[in-house]
Design a protein around this ligand. Structure first.
Ligand SMILES: [Zn+2]
Length: 90
């Protein structure tokens, strides 16, 4: 259900901004995890892992901000209604 919410589209600028930020953080985190395979020492690994975890925490916080925004603003509810109207029309 959370994934569906994150993948949904909205015309709300703040919703779009948060979703864009969330996607950026997700890709950055994924790349940073992949880069862990290329480190040669345990110290390098721990340093790279800590940096990746900072991005991960930012991702979790931004995801929370988006969910709170949706709850307060109701922009997904409006969009769901629009989707239902569109589905009924076509
Ligand atoms: Zn909104």
């Amino acid at each position: 259900m959370a994934t569906e919410t994150l993948l949904s589209r909205s015309d709300c600028p703040e919703h779009q901004r948060l979703r864009k930020q969330l996607n950026g953080l997700l890709f950055t985190y994924r790349d940073m995890l992949a880069a862990l395979d290329n480190v040669s020492t345990i110290d390098e690994f721990e340093e790279a892992y800590e940096r990746a975890e900072e991005v991960h925490l930012l991702f979790v916080r931004t995801r929370f901000d988006l969910l709170i925004h949706i709850q307060r603003h109701g922009c997904t509810t409006i969009e769901s209604l629009e989707r239902k109207i569109a589905a009924a029309t076509f």
